[in-house]
Design a binder for this molecule. Structure first.
Ligand code: GRF
Length: 203
């Protein structure tokens, strides 16, 4: 399976997926890492693993549509079976989402459907939640609203801050994201009519 990974930052999830490919837990290879920001650490991680990198800087485009159509063209040159959003901090246009429907995954640091959007850790603390977590989901037109495949939970402790939560959540991310990519690579996971289907069962 050919995987394209889109990033905007440090790429620790990218690293977890690189490692799982190298250990052959994932039945596939990352064929490209594309970043909308130059000089981010995730690009270095890809280069170290001899993966082709592309920087497509959103600042060089006039509109979201123009950027996404260039991005789509770029992604297509790699003919991926799966597009993995790993900290890609952009809202996608409907055209881009449609194009890779059922072939695009995202990781979002909350127990979806709670806290779509940004600042999820602080929002969980402010709401007085006892639990917090992270979700891997298929991407649909609704921001952070596509069908959830897998979640991991942690307890919120009395002296937790947004930073301490982010740290513990990251550790969970690095477990669940490669696992979901693995399931997809084994063709055990699909999206059908906006539902995630695992081993022929609707999730
Ligand atoms: C993660 O917290 C992920 O949940 C969010 O963006 C962050 C990416 O981190 N979507 P990294 O670049 O993989 O380290």
């Amino acid at each position: 399976m050919r995987i394209a990974v889109l990033i905007s930052g440090s790429g620790s999830n990218l690293q977890a997926i690189i490692d799982a490919c190298e250990k052959q837990q994932i039945n596939g290879d990352i064929v490209a890492v594309i970043s909308n920001r130059p000089n981010v650490y995730g690009l270095e991680r890809a280069e170290k693993a001899s993966i082709e990198t592309v920087v497509l800087d959103h600042k060089e485009f006039e509109s979201r549509e123009a950027y996404d159509s260039a991005l789509m063209e770029k992604i297509d040159t790699f003919t991926p079976d799966l597009v993995v959003l790993a900290g890609f901090m952009r809202i996608l246009t409907p055209g881009l989402v449609q194009k890779y429907k059922g072939q695009m995954l995202n990781i979002h640091p909350s127990l979806l459907p709670k806290y779509q959007g940004l600042n999820t850790h602080q929002r969980a603390i402010d709401a007085g939640d006892k639990e917090h977590g992270v979700s891997v989901h298929f991407v649909t037109e609704e921001l952070d609203g596509g069908p959830v495949v897998l979640q991991a939970k942690i307890n919120i402790l009395p002296d937790d801050t947004a930073d301490s939560l982010a740290k513990r959540i990251h550790q969970k991310e690095h477990i669940i994201y490669p696992l979901v990519v693995q399931w997809f690579s084994e063709q055990r996971l699909t999206m059908e009519e906006d539902n995630a289907v695992f081993n022929n069962k609707k999730l």
